[in-house]
Structure formats: structure tokens, C-alpha cells
Ligand binder design. Structure first.
Ligand SMILES: Nc1nc2c(ncn2[C@@H]2O[C@H](COP(=O)(O)OP(=O)(O)OP(=O)(O)O)[C@@H](O)[C@H]2O)c(=O)[nH]1
Ligand SMILES: [Mg+2]
Length: 303
């Protein structure tokens, strides 16, 4: 299956929820008027676009309708899609991976799909011919280390691990040294999503972040937070909390395939100012896609 079809399949539920809702509004309304605007507002909100973002979209649409004297609902629909595309467009497209090693530091609450995404990412980088080292810095549960091992074996990349309960920063330190001595292109760090308290977790992440910057002062370090698309708006709150532990460069939006709340992508950039970099569209090793705003909007709205 091609990239675009994979994305479109992954977005099937979001399409049903968001695009069908919006299409219904435009198809049922004979003219552009306040009734139509109200129905549109409801359609966006029910697809997990936040109230603030929806307000902004509606304001932009009202301005465009006035300025361009739009009376045909179909033309208004094109306008809406273009407003949404502009909103989702990231400032820069790619991860920064120009140093050797470059680092991808993956954070997020438990169960969102960090470890799975790291497996998929490792596989993709390996296929591109890159040397990858993965740090098993989620030492909270033994099962977490084993799970990561299964994924790194599958992808055929190196893993640096210690025993359950080890200091995650110590594992990270080992992994940094391994990445240097093995001349790795990319070091990917798996972290715990849950410790005994939230405060512990933030402190731990902060400490790891300091170790990374101290040991690799000139490296490209990408801190990515994994958010579960099925939780919709909740993910935005998680990102706000985690950004207190360390600055976040990008978002991995997982489980889009199981979610009707993909509309959350539209609010993420608007509310957090953090671009979505990658999207997960399944549990398989090939089910990770680079996020492309134009394709995303096209995949949702295209018939
Ligand atoms: N459908 C679907 N399932 C996914 C996706 N990504 C991850 N999962 C599933 O989500 C579940 C949790 O994934 P993990 O990778 O273990 O999540 P985690 O963030 O590492 O969780 P902790 O280690 O507990 O913090 C697993 O059953 C994955 O198969 C995705 O894109 N789509
Ligand atoms: Mg994990």
C-alpha cells in the first residue's frame, strides 16, 4: 500500500467523523449564512478540534466569506479546507538529524505507544542505511525492557539496557557512549510513562535531558512526545505537563487508525505551537508515517 493510501486508511474514522460532518453541512445548506456557520462549528467541535481553535477557524472563514463575497457553500468549503491546511502546516518538515549521533528522546504517558513507535522508527532508519542505537531508559518495569528488546531485534538495531530499577540516566549515559564508540547515526531513547509520582517522572526526564546536553553538547537532540490520538484533547494537556520536564520539539500522534478524533491535529499546532512530526496508523512495524500537513488534510477531505 502506498504512503497516501495508508494515511487515508488510518484516517478512516476521522474522515467519517470530521469530513462527513463538514460535507453534510455544506451539502445540506443552500446558502452561506449564520445557520451554516453554527452547524460547522458543531461539526468541528464534535471531531475534537478545540473550542479556541474552532473559534479561530470560524473567524478566518467569516473574514474570507466577506472579503471574497462567497455565496456558494462549495466555495466556502474549499476556503475552510485551505484555512485548516494553513493551520496544520509545520514550520519545518523534518527532524534535525545532522550530527553523529543525533538523538531522538521519546517521552509521553504510559500506554501511548512510545516503545512501539521506537521499534517502527528504528526499522525505518535501518532501512535508510543508518546505524541506530536504542537506549532502554524505561527501567520502571522489566517487561518494558523486554518489549523494547523484541522491537530492536525485529528492526535489527542495537539496544543498550540494564536491569529493572536501574537509574535511567545511567542507562542513557551508557547508551551515549555506545553510540559514540559504535559511530551510530541515531540514538533513540525510550523512557518511562509512569513513575511513582508525576513529580518523579518530570525530575527524571529533566535529569536525562541534562545528561544528553552535557554529554552531547553539539548534537541535534529531538525531544518528541507521543500522544494517543484516541484521547483527543487530553493529549494536549499531557503535552503541556511534559513540557515542564523538558522542552518538546515535536509530536508523535499514535493510534490514528483507531481514532475518530484525528481532528485534534488541527488544534495541536494551534494550541501548543509544536508540530506533529510522525503519525502511527497501526501496530505493525511499517505503520509509522512522516506527517505531511497537506497530505493529511487531503486524506481527510478528499472524496
Ligand atoms: N492501533 C494502534 N495501536 C498502537 C499504535 N501505536 C502503539 N499501539 C499500541 O498501543 C499499545 C501501547 O504501546 P506501547 O508502545 O507499549 O506504549 P508505551 O508508551 O511504550 O507505554 P509504557 O511503556 O507503558 O509507557 C500497544 O498495544 C501498541 O501495539 C498505533 O499507531 N496504532
Ligand atoms: Mg514503553
Amino acid at each position: 500500500m502506498g504512503f497516501f493510501d495508508k494515511l487515508k486508511n488510518g484516517l478512516a474514522k476521522t474522515r467519517e467523523n470530521l469530513a462527513d460532518g463538514i460535507n453534510r453541512v455544506f451539502a445540506s445548506m443552500g446558502k452561506v449564512d449564520e445557520d451554516m456557520m453554527e452547524e460547522l462549528f458543531d461539526a468541528l467541535i464534535s471531531a475534537d478540534v478545540s473550542v479556541d481553535t474552532t473559534d479561530k477557524i470560524m473567524d478566518s472563514l467569516r473574514d474570507a466569506i466577506k472579503e471574497k463575497r462567497i455565496i456558494d457553500p462549495q466555495v466556502a468549503k474549499e476556503e475552510l479546507i485551505s484555512i485548516i491546511s494553513d493551520m496544520v502546516e509545520p514550520d519545518t518538515q523534518d527532524l534535525k538529524l545532522n550530527t553523529k549521533p543525533a538523538v531522538i528522546f521519546v517521552i509521553g504517558v504510559n500506554g501511548v505507544g512510545k516503545t512501539t513507535t521506537i521499534g517502527k522508527m528504528s526499522n525505518n532508519f535501518k532501512k535508510e542505511g543508518k546505524k541506530v542505537v536504542v537506549a532502554a531508559a524505561d527501567t520502571f518495569r522489566a517487561a518494558a525492557i523486554d518489549q523494547l528488546q523484541v522491537w530492536t531485534d525485529r528492526a535489527g538495531v542495537d539496544i543498550i539496557k540494564q536491569q529493572e530499577g536501574a537509574d535511567p540516566s545511567a542507562v542513557l549515559f551508557d547508551a551515549i557512549n555506545a553510540a559514540k564508540s559504535r559511530n551510530a547515526d541515531i540514538l533513540i531513547v525510550d523512557t518511562a510513562g509512569r513513575l511513582h509520582t508525576k513529580k518523579n517522572l518530570m525530575e527524571e526526564l529533566n535529569k536525562m535531558n541534562r545528561v544528553l546536553h552535557r554529554e552531547l553538547p553539539n548534537a541535534d537532540i529531538n525531544t518528541l512526545i507521543a500522544l494517543d490520538a484516541t484521547t483527543g484533547q487530553n493529549g494536549i494537556n499531557q503535552a503541556k505537563v511534559f513540557s515542564e520536564g523538558c522542552p518538546i520539539d515535536g509530536i508523535i500522534l499514535t493510534k490514528l487508525d483507531g481514532s475518530a478524533k484525528g481532528g485534534v491535529v488541527i488544534s495541536i499546532k494551534d494550541e501548543l505551537g509544536i508540530p506533529v512530526r510522525l503519525v502511527g496508523v497501526g501496530e505493525g512495524i511499517d505503520d509509522l508515517l512522516k506527517f505531511d500537513a497537506q497530505d493529511f488534510v487531503k486524506a481527510i477531505f478528499e472524496d
